[in-house]
Design a protein around this ligand. Sequence first.
Ligand SMILES: Cc1cc2nc3c(=O)[nH]c(=O)nc-3n(C[C@H](O)[C@H](O)[C@H](O)COP(=O)(O)OP(=O)(O)OC[C@H]3O[C@@H](n4cnc5c(N)ncnc54)[C@H](O)[C@@H]3O)c2cc1C
Length: 343
Amino acid sequence: MKDSYDILVVGGGPAGAVAARTAAEAGLSVLLVEKRSAVGVPVRSGESIGKDELLEFIEAEQRFIKAEIDSSVLIGPDSSKKTIHDGETIILDRKIFDRELIWRAAEAGAEIQVHARASAPIMEGEKVCGAVIEQHGKRYEVRAKIVIAADGIESKFAKWAGIDTTIPLDGIKSCAQYLVNDIDIDEKEMQFYISPEDAPGGHLWIFPKGKRSANIGVGILGTESADGKRACDYLNHFVEKNYPNGKITERSVGGVPVCKPLKETAADGILIVGDAARLSNPVTGHGIYNAMFTGRLAAEAAVSAVKNGNTSKEFLMAYDRAWRESDMGKEHERNCLVKENMA
Ligand SMILES: Cc1cc2nc3c(=O)[nH]c(=O)nc-3n(C[C@H](O)[C@H](O)[C@H](O)COP(=O)(O)OP(=O)(O)OC[C@H]3O[C@@H](n4cnc5c(N)ncnc54)[C@H](O)[C@@H]3O)c2cc1C
């Protein structure tokens, strides 16, 4: 690890990996730090993404594709079925996919450090100028012209830098998911169960991962979670009832922001992307595409800022405006309204 870089990316998820790759491809010196000891694990994701969305960032390689889906079906409380989407959807293997994205960033010239946690920003007045990085019991002060905060739902970096990142309890979905094997499913159909019995204030999903495997998960509103009524309680009930002989080979829990995005996603010396900016879809909880999209846009803004020698908030707010005015930003705004009307 060097003492200084043009860009420091905090977090090695899809947002951080695409940001690092984009900035490195433009010739900037880039360091990406990931606090976990391995990228892509544990998997906290149903792993679905639209095929077109995927292809915008990377060619579809069989290595990280577990299933190709033809249709998505909503299942109501009375077991009625409604097809909601006929477009092609991919179910990824994120253990491989996330690593592939990181590898592409490394190939473009970004330095990658795992088991490396950003523990505090380096500030000069109000301006972010880098971060303290802790790795293997050692502490490094790494300076950067711009920090891209891609640290996901558990994001602390922007908050440490003085930005309000609070999520209200009704703005977070609490999720539990199992990878269930040896079960009878339609491997071409994604299912969403919408009923207060299965998932109060949220939904239950079955996303096939090949012939006889599926990610089965539940997301419930944080305000609905209570003793005996946690996301994993609803999931256990559903799996025991419908797939009593299924073999569970992975269990994961996690949160998804389903609130409005941060009021501002740029400040002096810092840009905030993906889940850290609260940009997953507030209705479905899906955020892989938005993370990659904002990661790329933020890196483009960072490249322009470094080349112009201007890393002020005023200059970097071009990124904030760009994603809000994009199709992604407009769709996100529409989905925020849908979620408000559902409440
Ligand atoms: C149960 C569940 C199911 C989901 N299903 C889907 C789905 O089917 N489709 C979809 O599109 N989305 C889904 N999502 C959401 C999706 O996983 C996220 O929106 C997406 O991963 C966001 O990418 P990101 O890069 O912003 O953040 P993340 O993928 O969360 O990456 C952030 C990274 O930052 C690292 N980090 C955090 N703090 C620090 C630090 N201080 N220093 C260094 N590193 C740090 C973390 O370890 C992490 O690796 C699901 C989420 C959950 C919880």
